[in-house]
Ligand binder design. Structure first.
Ligand SMILES: [Zn+2]
Ligand SMILES: [Zn+2]
Ligand SMILES: [Zn+2]
Length: 324
């Protein structure tokens, strides 16, 4: 994530801040990708601490407008969980805006989100399957509870699980549908990831019955299940890497190999970007070990995975403004 300054006092402020230490109000303006001191607030500012400016002549911001369904906020922890989930959604939408996705310059379709909770107020908690279908993304806000999410992470044997990761993964499925409208995408995709027309339900069932190891070709075990999941996992990890590198640079940190004024989202050379990101990850993994914390980024990029990430980067970086 880029760094921001308060226009009133020029102090550094952060993406989620509602106020600056100087007392000024802060509003994130997604089209300008900047913090403002004055704006029409999103009407979810008080209820879920959304600090984005409202879309002109609308009550809600660009992000909150994409949520078609919300959980009952008066039940259990839903209000707090929705606030965390929506914060992760805004983060990922702000990331994707660096490549013009869902900005004013992007004439294509927008995702619709169903933000659901397992706590509906009824007797039994509902089972919610996160996923994407036909432009609609279902998110289980219950996983914004860290304890619950970590339990599931361990049950599923995953190395990493986060709300930001869920949004990156599900939005990748949405972006896939957008990209299939672009000339040449589907053939090039199938040559690298396999044919996504393979039976999805059967593939998922066989994955859960007999999960394959990721091996050299897949970033995670889940990516082995089906070409659609390989794409979503690959894109999510590409977005992880670009964004933690962007945060590294924005924090004013430096490495010998880092070009002057390096801007990760602006780099057209994915191979170069991934090499820098890998170096950042190795350095911060080492810092984390000083506190006996887990690694920042516990994954290894093989040549096959890098090739897929470079493919995804090329298409994602070039195609939003063309209405793909
Ligand atoms: Zn200030
Ligand atoms: Zn909002
Ligand atoms: Zn998926």
């Amino acid at each position: 994530m880029q760094s921001f300054t308060c226009p009133a006092c020029h102090a550094r402020v952060y993406f989620d801040n509602l106020f600056c230490a100087c007392g000024a109000l802060l509003y994130y303006e997604p089209e300008a990708q900047a913090m403002w001191n004055q704006a029409a607030p999103c009407s979810n500012r008080d209820s879920i601490q959304c600090n984005w400016a409202a879309v002109p002549d609308a009550a809600l911001c660009r992000s909150c407008r994409m949520s078609d369904m919300l959980p009952a906020l008066n039940v259990g922890d839903n209000q707090r969980l929705l606030a965390r989930a929506e914060r992760a959604k805004r983060w990922v939408l702000a990331n994707l805006a660096n490549w013009q996705w869902f900005t004013d310059a992007d004439p294509g379709a927008r995702p619709r989100f169903l933000m659901l909770s397992e706590h509906t107020g009824g007797q039994r908690a509902a089972q919610i399957v996160m996923g994407h279908a036909g432009g609609q993304i279902t998110i289980n806000v219950t996983e914004a509870d860290q304890l619950i999410r970590l339990q599931r992470q361990h049950q599923l044997g995953e190395q990493y699980r986060s709300m930001v990761g869920h949004f990156r993964h599900e939005l990748a499925h949405f972006l896939f549908d957008r990209l299939t409208l672009a000339d040449g995408f589907s053939d090039a995709f199938r040559a690298l990831f396999g044919d996504e027309r393979a039976d999805y339900a059967a593939a998922l069932q066989s994955h859960y019955e007999n999960p394959a190891a990721p091996g050299e070709d897949h970033i995670t075990a889940y990516a082995t299940a089906h070409p659609h999941e390989d794409w979503a996992e690959t894109v999510a990890h590409l977005l992880h890497m670009v964004d933690f590198t962007d945060s590294f640079v924005s924090a004013g940190l430096d490495m010998k190999t880092l070009p002057a004024d390096y801007a990760p989202y602006a780099d057209d050379d994915a191979d170069h970007l991934l090499s820098i990101a890998a170096e950042v990850a190795i350095a911060i993994n080492d810092i984390n070990r000083a506190l006996d914390n887990t690694d920042l980024y516990p994954f290894v990029l093989t040549p096959a995975i890098r090739e897929k990430m470079c493919f995804a980067h090329g298409w994602l970086k070039r195609h939003a403004a063309r209405g793909a």
